[in-house]
Unconditional design. Structure first.
Length: 561
């Protein structure tokens, strides 16, 4: 039994499952989770076309399978009598559906640590493999996003699995490894479209093999093994995202939108990805010491064994060039690079520790262990701070409970910032309502006092900034809402206070209650400004809990201006 590896995997699981129920029962704590969940739930209507291709559909089909298992378990235990009961639970209280999604992502995050160990051991031996897996276990960006039930960590898992068989194909040169590598590459592309870039390392490996065998480049590119890889990739992709062909016009439309979205930017322009990720995403996501060690390891490997360097770094370099081309620069875009950078950093550790052993006569394993611990400390500290905070109750859930208990039903409310709804609008709810007759359940969900949809039982007004008028149900109102709920956070694109609201509050409203989560003036906190996720990515200074600050104002006696 490999106790060092098992210990590393246990550590990886601990930091990924700690705080896994964050935000709940508030369902919008992590953007995009409801998107993939709602798509998965549409399949219970009998329509397996997702009608949504901004993500490929493998992850949604996997969720559907998990939800089927959950439904069957509920039938066996008496929790459900029929599929309608199951659908009703999703509409009213989807907590367990979120947890299934998040547990699946965290499991694949831990599995990625193991496959990274396997890959590094194949290429460099056990010592570098253990250090690589130790680094990935505590790599902040990867461990943080393993909490989230979205597609990024599952895609990184499939990428590293495919790379393992691409590496095997380099040494074995047999059809089986090309086939497995191609299937896994297709599954990676069916989770995140960028998985198709695994074509780069397979061509790199095959060209290196052909050069060693003295074959011409043209003949090597037409080798049946390469063609088998391409065929396996295409087949695996189409089997798991079949409506890319069956509903090609919508697929092409959504894919084109995603390409343009990557190029244009999201909400706010922060600079081109090539420079942004190099300045922020990777140094903060790995910690400065792990990031520097990974860069040093990159150059060490290229100098010592250029062929291995080309094979190992071909995918991350191609991916970085593509993902960094545009102005949409979500931190999560760098997750597929993290396992490779951890291997690179491990190469640096072994190289430096061996030099210390020769010069200072230190024991090689002891010096490598001490150096690895020193390098991982900044990343581990960020991960500790993140997990400590995410395990706390979300400020939006706390405020929603107060609203339910203190504001009478049917009061008029205006909320600044994103809508405070229980579910994002999506055809899933309409399909469930029509197929299972859940109209009453939807009404119950909208008036729930659990903090899920505290505004559903109120008249939610909007504000037209240009005219300075409030609207309800599309009509301009001559009066003011009874309550204004103001959101404040460092996320400039999401919590901007509309022009004129501050003056209205000063003249006609008094502060009824406030819920503070963060000191918005503390410049030590650094946020991913394009992502509506309400915890800082770095700093963690004067942060009490996740969520924006929320201030609830009540209208004074006079209802009109």
């Amino acid at each position: 039994m490999d106790f060092p590896l098992l210990s590393i995997l246990a550590l990886a699981a601990l930091v990924r499952y700690w705080g896994i129920s964050f935000g709940l029962p508030y369902v919008a704590a992590r953007p995009d989770e409801t998107t993939v969940m709602n798509v998965a739930m549409t399949f219970f209507s009998g329509d397996f076309n997702p009608h949504f291709f901004r993500y490929p559909t493998l992850h949604m089909y996997c969720l559907f399978c998990l939800y089927c298992g959950y439904f069957l378990f509920g039938l066996l235990t008496g929790r459900y009598l029929c599929l309608r009961d199951f659908a009703r639970e999703y509409v009213i209280n989807p907590t367990n559906f979120f947890l299934l999604d998040r547990f699946f992502s965290a499991f694949l995050g831990v599995a990625t640590v193991y496959i990274t160990y396997r890959l590094a051991r194949e290429m460099f031996g056990r010592r570098i493999a253990l250090i690589s897996s130790f680094f990935l276990a505590l790599a902040y960006l990867h461990a943080r996003d393993s909490h989230f039930g979205v597609t990024d960590v599952p895609a990184a898992f499939l990428v590293i699995c495919s790379m393992l068989f691409i590496l095997k194909s380099r040494s074995s040169r047999n059809l089986r490894d090309y086939l497995y590598a191609g299937i896994l590459a297709g599954l990676a592309a069916s989770t995140k479209y960028a998985g198709v870039l695994l074509l780069v390392p397979i061509f790199s490996a095959h060209i290196l093999n052909s050069l060693e065998e003295g074959k011409s480049l043209g003949k090597s590119l037409l080798d049946k093994r390469v063609l088998l890889f391409i065929a396996a990739l295409a087949a695996a992709f189409l089997l798991t995202t079949p409506f890319a062909l069956l509903d090609y016009p919508k697929f092409a439309s959504h894919l084109t939108y995603e390409i343009h979205h990557l190029s244009r930017g999201h909400q706010i322009i922060l600079g081109r990805g090539w420079w942004y990720h190099l300045r922020f995403s990777l140094p903060l996501g790995l910690g400065w010491s792990l990031f520097l060690a990974s860069l040093l390891g990159f150059f060490i490997l290229l100098k010592r064994d250029a062929k291995k360097g080309i094979l190992l770094y071909s995918f991350p370099l191609a991916y970085y060039l593509l993902s960094g081309k545009g102005y949409t620069v979500f931190l999560r875009y760098m997750i597929p690079l993290v396992p490779f950078l951890c291997i690179s950093a491990a190469i640096c550790v072994v190289e430096v520790s061996d030099a210390l052993r020769r010069r200072l006569r230190l024991h090689g394993n002891v010096s490598a262990l001490l150096l690895a611990v020193f390098i991982i400390l900044p990343s581990a500290n960020s991960l500790l701070q993140f997990n400590r905070l995410i395990a706390k109750k979300d400020n939006r859930a706390i405020a929603a409970e107060w609203v339910s208990g203190n504001i009478p039903p049917h009061a008029s409310i205006y909320l600044t910032g994103p809508i405070w709804r229980r579910h994002q609008t999506h055809p899933a709810l309409e399909l469930l309502e029509s197929k299972f007759g859940l109209t009453d359940s939807l009404k119950a969900a909208s008036s729930s006092d659990s903090g899920l949809g505290a505004l559903g039982e109120y008249d939610e007004w909007t504000y037209e900034e240009k005219s300075g008028k409030f609207l309800f149900d599309g009509r301009i109102m001559d009066s003011l809402p009874q309550y204004i709920i103001l959101r404040e956070s460092p996320l400039r694109a999401y919590d901007r206070i509309p022009r004129g609201i501050a003056e209205v509050l000063n003249r006609y409203y008094s502060l009824r209650e406030s819920f503070r989560a963060i000191d918005t003036n503390d410049k030590r906190n650094w946020f991913d400004q394009q992502d509506a996720f309400y915890l800082p990515f770095a700093g963690f200074s004067n942060v009490q809990r996740p969520g924006p600050n929320i201030y609830i104002y009540e209208r004074k006696d006079s209802p009109a201006r």
